[in-house]
Design a protein around this ligand. Structure first.
Ligand SMILES: [Zn+2]
Length: 147
């Protein structure tokens, strides 16, 4: 069984939480309202969770939160598309962070060597910050979502 739909986000309350049931045991949630995601296998104390957590940058680690009654774990998402750009959590800690959008630009002929043949590179001069609940605006800014 598999179905996709938008539900109310149990983290931020927006109605833009995309949910996908991969199997009856595995459910993914990705909230376009707050930019956080959860995965039903990601429960604190499990090996999977410990492994995933170890790979995260420090800011992401500090933003991971567990719902008390469901023990559902939410973590900030990281969006990266080569041609468009990326959206990631940027800041120094739980009380001081925002979403950052960075656009990609085509690599010029002169830069080809420096970027080892990549067609696009992140242009850090385009970095723009968005409040947590403006995650969707950050996606629009880099062009992943329509304006
Ligand atoms: Zn949310």
């Amino acid at each position: 069984m598999q179905y996709d739909n938008l539900i109310e986000c149990s983290r931020c309350g927006s109605d833009a939480c995309y949910t996908q049931e991969v199997t009856p045991e595995i459910k993914l949630e990705f909230c376009y309202g707050c930019g956080f995601q959860s995965h039903s296998l990601m429960k604190s104390g499990t090996e999977f969770f410990t492994e995933q957590l170890a790979l995260l940058p420090d800011l992401y680690k500090s933003l991971v939160e567990e719902e008390e009654d469901t023990s559902k774990v939410w973590m900030p998402s990281f969006t990266n598309t080569e041609e468009k750009g990326m959206v990631f959590a940027d800041g120094t800690g739980r009380d001081n962070w925002r979403w950052a959008g960075v656009k990609s630009v085509p690599v010029s002929k002169e830069e080809k060597e420096k970027y080892k043949g990549a067609k696009y590179r992140a242009d850090m001069t385009t970095i723009k910050h968005f409040e947590e609940h403006d995650f969707m605006e950050a996606l629009s800014y880099i062009g992943v979502l329509p304006e």
